[in-house]
Design a protein around this ligand. Structure first.
Ligand code: 5GP
Length: 211
């Protein structure tokens, strides 16, 4: 007789929500783009923001660009899974996009700030939070300057936030130090692979043996 009785649990085949976050200038965007190339099925959520588009940014691809009053209306209508004011502008993640995509069984990746990531964890504790940290303060400063997208004043503002933000890394599930981009991408990929190897993602696979 079989010694093990399997319980009939209602395990879900939902997708996994990965949240890539960390201070500005740590290379989150580059890591997310590389991950998308390696995992074409991974759906990157396009955020909504009230900041002005930068050169080359495309509506609907980089962000949905909205006026402040329209964003505030969306807050009132509870359309965001999370939202935050980052450096004076609003940023938010569509609740509908994330929940519907996860329900369909696809994995979703968010590239958002730390306040937003912690809101997501509160609402969806099963979300996997990955903190991307700069290797050194000097490196962080150099990257923000090299990016050429922000004024010196803005760079100073972003740097001064970083020290406080680093303390919040302990509330994440994983920390990846972005010293070399390829190595950082490999580490985040390893997290994705490990999380996708949890038994709850193999319900359909194991069902075949029961037939
Ligand atoms: P940037 O203006 O440089 O594109 O983004 C500024 C910061 O806002 C970055 O740290 C970025 O990750 C974050 N961000 C982008 N989209 C969202 C979002 O939907 N929610 C939150 N909370 N932060 C976001």
């Amino acid at each position: 007789m079989c010694p093990i009785k399997m319980s009939q649990s209602a395990e879900s085949q939902k997708g996994v929500l990965f949240v890539i976050s960390g201070p500005s200038g740590t290379g989150k965007g580059t890591i997310c783009r590389a991950l998308q190339q390696e995992n074409p099925a991974l759906r990157l959520s396009v955020s909504t923001t009230t900041r002005f588009p930068r050169n080359g940014e495309i509506e609907g691809e980089h962000y949905y660009f909205l006026k402040k009053q329209d964003f505030e209306k969306m807050i009132q209508e509870d359309q965001f899974l999370e939202w935050a004011k980052v450096y004076g502008n609003y940023y938010g993640t569509s609740r509908q996009f994330v929940l519907e995509t996860l329900d369909k069984g696809s994995d979703v990746i968010l590239e958002i700030d730390i306040q937003g990531a912690l809101q997501v964890k509160e609402k969806l504790p099963e979300a996997v939070l990955i903190f991307i940290a700069p290797p050194t303060k000097f490196e962080l400063e150099s990257r923000l300057i090299a990016r050429g997208t922000d004024s010196l004043e803005e760079i100073q503002r972003r740097l001064s936030c970083t020290i406080d933000e680093l303390k919040l890394a302990t509330r994440y599930d994983y920390v990846v130090i972005n010293d070399y981009i390829e190595r950082a991408v490999d580490k985040v990929q390893a997290v994705i692979t490990a999380e996708k190897s949890r038994p709850r993602h193999f319900k359909t696979f194991f069902e075949q043996f029961a037939q």
